[in-house]
Design a protein around this ligand. Structure first.
Ligand SMILES: [Ca+2]
Ligand SMILES: [Ca+2]
Length: 212
């Protein structure tokens, strides 16, 4: 008898919670899940060569000290981003128990040329990255973990450089080029309900000096 009562009530509660929230977004990068959770992008920054930076180097100097007898190429690698996404119960007391852990399964990256830049800037391909990111429900006062994600990988740097060098202008004259990078993360909560969250970050791409 008890089972017959519990299941319909649980079903109604879950339906309400899933309908409550839509996926959010915005300039600071926040969003919500279709769940009892509130997902917030609390921090995002570019990360390269041990430093937090949004300046993306797309040209590697093969010989930093100018002496061909010594082998000292400039540091050159994928440019990552560090992101912190919190998963917290909705502030409403009645909903608190319904927040569940969320697993992100993939994210998309889209590069939009800043409107203030001259036309002719390289058009960079959007892509999808498959990566598992666990977002456990946080206790009050608990900080979310840092996760490393792609920002501008080597293929995208190459795409930028190739287009720039094929252009009819001095390769370094109008650098840096500004882009807004838009992320959409796709995952599920423990009930198998799809969730999405968006974030964005402003970057510049140029020939930056990592020779030291
Ligand atoms: Ca050298
Ligand atoms: Ca460089």
């Amino acid at each position: 008898m008890r089972n017959y009562l519990i299941f319909p009530i649980l079903g109604v509660l879950l339906s309400l919670v899933f309908i409550l929230a839509g996926c959010g977004g915005g300039t600071t990068g926040s969003g919500e899940a279709y769940s009892g959770s509130v997902l917030t992008v609390e921090y995002i920054s570019g990360y390269y060569n041990g430093e937090y930076t949004d300046e993306v180097d797309a040209w590697q100097d093969a010989d930093c000290d100018g002496d061909p007898t010594t082998n000292d190429p400039e540091f050159y690698s994928n440019h990552d981003a560090v992101i912190k996404i919190s998963n917290r119960p909705r502030p409403n007391e009645e909903d608190k128990d319904l927040a569940t852990d969320i697993v992100i399964e993939k994210y998309t990256i889209e590069y939009r040329i800043s409107e203030t830049d001259a036309p002719g800037a390289p058009v960079l391909s959007s892509r999808t990255v498959y990566k598992t990111i666990y977002l456990p429900v946080l206790e009050e006062g608990e900080d979310p973990e840092e996760h490393y994600i792609d920002l501008v990988d080597l293929d995208t740097k190459s795409e930028f450089r190739t287009q720039w060098e094929q252009g009819s202008y001095d390769p370094f004259q109008d650098l840096p080029v500004r882009y807004q990078v838009f992320y959409t993360f796709y995952g599920q909560n423990v009930f198998g309900k799809d969730v999405t969250i968006t974030a964005n970050i402003n970057i510049t791409i140029a020939n930056y000096d990592y020779c030291e």
